[in-house]
Design a protein around this ligand. Structure first.
Ligand SMILES: Nc1ncnc2c1ncn2[C@@H]1O[C@H](COP(=O)(O)OP(=O)(O)OP(=O)(O)O)[C@@H](O)[C@H]1O
Length: 243
């Protein structure tokens, strides 16, 4: 569905990606791990049309991708909520930007907020929320348009462990209800395992590991021997990238 064909990218003289060819399939959740500075965010920005390759092509449904598609949605580490708008208004924001309104909009936003356990906060302002609640609002906003591809760049990395684990579980449940492709960047091996159908490890702008998550058909418990042993394997791949 989303294909990078011999994509290269350089910021001025610094070449980050070189001739990268890869595919992201329909209705698949990808976690991308990799050490800091290896090019994960650059890849995400290219795949989502926020950056244009220096060389090569990005194809979305066999058409050349020249700018972000309306079927894409994003969530970054910083929730980026508008402080002067209520939670409900923030969640409805993608439709305000697109000058589209319909009677069902608020109803849908309220439904999503209650699915995320924050329905009661709809009239609050962002500075009246905890970090975890702000991330939940940002996730609801990203899902409001029913995206076909959701790009997530370390969305939970600033949260405490328990809040992060709850959000990971909520994300998994929300994704299962929808037919979505998710491209999820993280530094956290356990998070990658909990979320993904397929795990990729990046090093210096290329993938050095691309495998189906062997635990994906199960309800993954973080502390099982299987999860811990897969975590060890991924750690050794990452350590190779750091060597
Ligand atoms: N706007 C920019 N201008 C110049 N160089 C940049 C810019 N953005 C990123 N870089 C450089 O490109 C390289 C890759 O950055 P990128 O953000 O893609 O890495 P990353 O793997 O996402 O890192 P992290 O895990 O730390 O977020 C880094 O060396 C970074 O300094």
């Amino acid at each position: 569905m989303l294909q990078l064909q011999k994509v290269s990218y350089a910021y001025e003289t610094e070449r980050i990606l070189s001739d990268l060819t890869t595919t992201f399939r329909e209705r698949t959740v990808y976690s991308i791990l990799g050490k800091s500075g290896c090019g994960k965010t650059t890849l995400l920005k290219l795949a989502s049309g926020l950056l244009t390759p220096t060389n090569g092509h990005i194809m979305y449904d066999k058409q050349s991708l020249r700018h972000p598609d309306a079927s894409f949605s994003y969530m970054f580490q910083n929730p980026n909520l508008l402080p002067w708008q209520t939670v409900l208004q923030n969640v409805c924001m993608p439709f305000v930007i697109r000058h589209r309104k319909d009677a069902m909009l608020e109803k849908r936003a309220l439904h999503l907020l209650s699915q995320m356990g924050i329905g009661a906060l709809a009239e609050r302002y962002p500075d009246e929320l905890s970090g975890g609640q702000r991330s939940r609002v940002a996730l609801c906003r990203a899902l409001m348009t029913n995206p076909r591809v959701l790009f997530l760049d370390e969305p939970f990395s600033a949260l405490d462990v328990m809040t992060k684990e709850q959000l990971q579980d909520d994300l998994v449940a929300l994704v299962q209800e929808r037919e979505m492709t998710v491209i999820f960047i993280t530094h956290d091996i356990e998070e990658a395992i909990i979320i993904a159908d397929e795990i990729r490890v990046m090093e210096a702008g290329r993938f050095i590991y691309e495998e189906q998550n062997p635990l994906r058909e199960q309800i993954v418990r973080r502390d099982t021997e299987q999860a811990l042993s897969y975590k060890r394997l991924l750690r050794s791949v990452l350590e190779g990238a750091y060597a």
